[in-house]
Write a protein that binds this ligand. Structure first.
Ligand code: COA
Length: 389
């Protein structure tokens, strides 16, 4: 039976791909990836929950020949599919027969590794079961909501690998798809099993380091973007988007679906959904309000060449060349006395949201919050600090 699927030449392969692509209902996805999900079960045969997913090959708007092979071999390849069946691998490798002696086909190499992982025995930890399950995860379009934890992981990877910018991919419902995980030096573990695991392994003389218990892992355990410095990996969640030249210092933080669009200095907090433009500086302890909790609705952007001073904060967006005085927390409804062409008017800060070229400060004598047009005098980013090669 498998014999019928062997495609002996590259021409046969091309013909086959064209035939699959002409089938009714066939669609090329925006992205698909081959990876391994770490799964947890309280006992063999029980329900398993996904703790994380690592990808060996991520394809974005590319490699549709492999997609056609997978689509043909796997029924219902509309969402995430676990690849455990030996027969499926045999069929897939028969399709790739013409490429078998060539190197550099990262999807074929990934599938070879996955076929070996599919045969692995599970591990027993604290009397429970951890296994590695090969998967295909798909993002048909960036507008659709994710439907599985594995697909949520793929979307977070697409952000951190800079295939999509924050807010360009739908992450609705992601908290419901991701499980809470104890992130340890022995891999991801179900938090409910942790106390038994810690007690038994410590008695056995093993040291277990747990660095966080969270639904999101730290980014740099999965993706290390080029040209960035991250002083403390715990402060950047997977799904952060950090552009080349960005430095995140120890007190800086960057949530998922948020980040920098150019070289930036981050010593404060970039909340989910927030983007910061090129050559801006988020000062030590500064905060940019997010929308995940606390009632805020406006998703904030900071333009280029802005400085948010140390311990300052904003609940409005900034255009380019804006400065917020150190320590000033500007919420959307803060009354601001605006100096303009010799006159002064009082407006709510939200009316200035997105405006460029403003300096916001508390008047040294009256304490009143004021804004005035300015040419920033803070000198811009220190270029030596931002050559992150
Ligand atoms: C807000 C800040 C930028 C003002 O700096 P500055 O050098 O005084 O700014 P400028 O000279 O450009 O000020 C422009 C005008 O606003 C006035 N102004 C600025 N801050 C003022 C204040 N608190 N009260 C009254 N007037 C003020 C200045 O007097 C000046 O007025 P003038 O043109 O009539 O003389 C500065 O105080 C600050 O907070 N910097 C943040 C630095 C920081 O935290 N970096 C991150 C490190 S981690």
């Amino acid at each position: 039976m498998a014999q019928h699927h062997i495609l002996k030449s590259k021409e046969d392969f091309s013909t086959f791909v064209s035939e699959v692509e002409s089938r009714p209902g066939y669609a090329r996805p925006y992205a698909y990836a081959l990876g391994v999900a770490t799964c947890w079960q309280s006992e063999i045969g029980g329900e398993h929950k996904v703790l994380d997913t690592r990808f060996l090959a991520i394809n974005v708007e590319a490699n549709y020949g492999t997609w056609a092979v997978l689509d043909d071999a796997i029924e219902n390849l509309t969402g995430t599919v676990e690849l455990l069946d030996d027969g499926i691998y045999d069929q897939i490798f028969d399709r790739f027969h013409a490429f078998r002696d060539e190197e550099g086909h990262h999807n074929i190499e990934a599938l070879r590794i996955l076929s070996e992982i599919a045969r692995e025995d599970p591990e027993y930890i604290a009397g429970e079961v951890r296994s590695r399950i090969p998967v295909i995860a798909v993002v048909h379009t960036v507008d659709e909501q994710p439907t599985s934890a594995q697909e949520a992981y793929l979307r977070l990877h697409l952000l951190s690998l800079r295939h999509v910018r924050p807010r360009e991919i739908n992450l609705d419902g992601i908290f419901g798809l991701l499980n809470n995980v104890a992130w340890t030096n022995r891999g991801p573990i179900d938090p409910e099993a942790m106390n038994v695991f810690l007690a038994f392994d410590n008695l056995a003389g093993e040291h277990i380091g747990v660095h966080s218990v969270d639904k999101f892992p730290r980014m740099i355990d999965y993706v290390v973007p080029t040209g960035v410095r991250i002083a403390d990996g715990n402060r950047v969640r997977l799904g952060a988007y950090l552009a080349e030249g960005t430095t995140v210092m120890q007190e800086g933080f960057c949530n998922f679906n948020a980040g920098t669009l150019g070289a930036c200095m981050v010593e404060g907090r970039i909340s989910a959904g927030v983007v910061v433009g090129d050559h801006s500086d988020i000062g030590g302890g500064a905060s940019i309000m997010g929308t995940l909790s606390g009632g805020g609705k406006e998703v904030i952007s900071v333009g280029e060449h802005c400085l948010i001073g140390a311990n300052a904060g904003i609940g409005i967006s900034l255009g380019d060349y804006c400065t917020i005085e150190a320590g000033l927390y500007l919420t959307a409804s803060t009354p601001v006395t605006l100096h303009e062409e010799g006159s002064m008017t009082v407006v709510r800060a939200k009316e200035l949201s997105g405006a460029s070229g403003l300096l916001f400060y508390r008047h040294g004598e009256t304490g009143r919050v004021e804004a005035r047009p300015h040419n920033p005098s803070w000198g811009g980013l220190n270029t030596t600090l931002h050559q992150n090669s």
